[in-house]
Ligand binder design. Structure first.
Ligand SMILES: C[S@@+](CC[C@H](N)C(=O)[O-])C[C@H]1O[C@@H](n2cnc3c(N)ncnc32)[C@H](O)[C@@H]1O
Length: 197
């Protein structure tokens, strides 16, 4: 897999949050399986409602299981997973709470739920809005409130600044790093969360 700048940054944020051995893990909306390396071989269930996405993930030969299903209606018993992971899914939701409830129900008591959020005030979000792309952005306080409202507890989060991946292809790496470290302090565009059931 070609690792782009955005992927590396996202990976580092999640690595900083995944502090324990979680097994089994439910990887909700796995896409093309970008984050498989974070999860135990044979201890990960990848769920997506796109057969073509699952096919690509399967080709990575990670040993994990593929499940074709809707994230809102996962075909599992409640509380069977040690952790639930989901990247770039919640920002498609106008109200993230219904999905957060599903994540809560899938994880065992004391288990971890890991996800990211996109911020409404960020430059990428403002540009997306101008282009007519609705990312349903959030902010730190709102995410924290939503987590509490569905009966979970925020354990840790980190923030970063990431432009849409395609833009980095045109910018020199040194410039990107300066830009991101500056904006991650003054106008973070994304946040990465570990919450506990
Ligand atoms: C932006 S991609 C993110 C993929 C992956 N998590 C990543 O970060 O690389 C969104 C993925 O969510 C899946 N998806 C969206 N809504 C879904 C739903 N309701 N149930 C299952 N999968 C869904 C899409 O098929 C797609 O693979």
């Amino acid at each position: 897999m070609r690792r782009g700048y955005v992927y590396e940054e996202e990976l580092n944020h999640f690595k900083g949050l995944l502090i324990d051995e979680y097994n089994p893990v439910l990887n909700v909306a796995c896409g093309i399986g970008r984050f498989l390396e974070l999860f135990p071989r044979n201890g990960c269930v990848n769920l997506d409602f796109s057969p073509s996405m699952l096919k690509i993930t399967k080709q990575r030969n990670h040993g994990s299981t593929m499940v074709l299903a809707d994230a809102f209606n996962p075909p599992f018993r409640l509380g069977v997973f040690s952790a639930v992971f989901s990247c770039r899914l919640l920002h498609h939701q106008r109200d993230p709470k219904p999905l957060l409830r599903v994540f809560r129900d899938m994880v065992k008591d004391g288990g971890g739920v890991f996800f990211d959020a996109t911020h409404r005030s960020s430059i990428p979000q403002l540009v997306a809005n101008l282009l007519g792309i609705n990312l349903h952005g959030s902010n730190i306080r709102q995410v924290g409130n939503d987590v509490e409202r569905v009966g979970m507890k925020v354990d840790e989060f980190s923030t970063g600044f990431l432009l849409p991946a395609i833009i980095y292809g045109f910018l020199p790496e040194s410039f990107v790093r300066v830009l991101d470290s500056l904006f991650s302090r003054i106008l973070p565009s994304r946040s990465f969360w570990r919450v506990i059931k």
